[in-house]
Design a protein around this ligand. Structure first.
Ligand SMILES: NC(=O)c1ccc[n+]([C@@H]2O[C@H](COP(=O)([O-])OP(=O)(O)OC[C@H]3O[C@@H](n4cnc5c(N)ncnc54)[C@H](OP(=O)(O)O)[C@@H]3O)[C@@H](O)[C@H]2O)c1
Length: 330
């Protein structure tokens, strides 16, 4: 059986105007695949990198890495899902900005009944990222309750989830954000301290808050604009966990800088290494579903757009106008 999907596609890298809603045929799932009908699609900053060409991909390209919906059909070898299941995912390849698609089943998980589709679409990529950052991307000796960590863009999609999860773990998360209102939001969601990095020197404030000691980890998704000062926020042997480039890609650096600033460690982490297997994906998703269904982490869907208005959604995200998660409704 072939069905149709309205899908967002680009023919070349460029601005939001390059995104077009096109009708594409969707066939039967092959071995290891499912066909899913989306009820909500997640908006993520990685979609901007893929659209603009920060991450170069072959054309034409369908966009979107996160969604929730109902499984319509499963291919041979798929045993963890069946037609009719509510499901959600954060996954390669892109193509989630669509009404329906065929995709690998490996990183699709059943969505608990207690979690609605909008929440599912707004939490998978961002929540699994917060999970691997706070639970697996750790300094030597790990993190223990009371420890300070610095988390940039704390009022964003990943940021608001990380604030709440860090509080649940007993960590003192120092969040940065681009306005006083965003700082307030980060504090309301569990940040122990918040710094407006557009008006304050965040490295000086981090030193002040930590009594001159610095933090054990910096989680930095802003990239170019925050890299240098973030290194100055770390304790000796601290970990610089860089995981995004919202302000631009971090330029090449000499490892000698890590010695000069106290035998620091650096990792450039990506979710896709962590969700490489079905077992790992399910374990991380179960952890995420646990903190969401218990109420420790609330998913703030602060923006909703019809799928046809995806260009506006990208403009708002790039202009730093959004907070928390955004979803596209197909
Ligand atoms: N490596 C991974 O596994 C992984 C997975 C998920 C997400 N990420 C990264 O994590 C970050 C957050 O993702 P998200 O989808 O939740 O986005 P988001 O945090 O909701 O939006 C990005 C935020 O970055 C801040 N920012 C600072 N400088 C900016 C600039 N020049 N232009 C635009 N934004 C700027 C803005 O907050 P302020 O105004 O408060 O500064 C903005 O709201 C992104 O960099 C993303 O690529 C990485």
């Amino acid at each position: 059986m072939t069905t149709k999907s309205m899908t967002v596609r680009i023919d070349r890298h460029g601005g939001p105007e390059e995104m077009h809603l096109v009708e594409l045929p969707v066939g039967e799932p092959g071995p290891g695949e499912i066909r899913i009908r989306h009820h909500a699609c997640g908006l993520n900053f990685i979609d901007v990198y893929q659209r603009s060409g920060v991450y170069q991909l072959p054309m034409p390209l369908t966009l979107g890495m996160e969604a929730a919906g109902v499984v319509e059909a499963v291919g041979s070898g798929v045993t963890h899902l069946k037609a009719g299941d509510r499901a959600a995912y954060a996954s390669q390849p892109p193509g989630a900005y669509s009404t329906a698609r065929v995709m690998p089943a490996k990183t699709v998980v059943k969505l608990p009944d207690a979690i609605d589709f909008d929440t599912g679409a707004g939490m998978m990529l961002k929540g699994l990222t917060a999970q691997y950052l706070l639970k697996k991307t750790l300094p030597q000796g790990g993190l223990k309750p009371g420890d300070f960590v610095l988390f940039h863009a704390a009022a964003g999609g990943v940021g608001l989830i990380a604030c709440q999860w860090a509080r649940a773990l007993g960590l003192q998360l120092i969040g940065t954000a681009g306005s006083d209102e965003k700082c307030k939001l980060a504090l309301e969601h569990g940040a122990a301290h918040a710094i407006n990095y557009r008006t304050e020197d965040f490295a000086a404030r981090v030193k002040e808050i930590t009594g001159g000691k610095g933090v054990k980890v910096v989680y930095d998704s802003v990239g170019k604009d925050t890299w240098d000062k973030s290194l100055d926020c770390l304790q000796p042997f601290g970990l610089m966990a860089t995981f995004g480039n919202a302000s631009g890609v971090v330029p090449p650096f000499s490892p000698g800088i890590l010695a000069a600033k106290g035998s620091l460690y650096v990792t450039r982490a990506t979710l896709f290494t962590h969700i490489a297997t079905r077992e790992a994906t399910q374990a991380m998703a179960d952890d995420l579903f646990g903190v969401v269904t218990s109420g420790q982490v609330k998913i703030r869907i602060a923006q909703r757009y019809p799928l046809a208005e995806v260009a506006q959604a990208h403009r708002d995200l790039e202009a730093r106008k959004t907070t928390g998660s955004s979803v596209l409704i197909p």
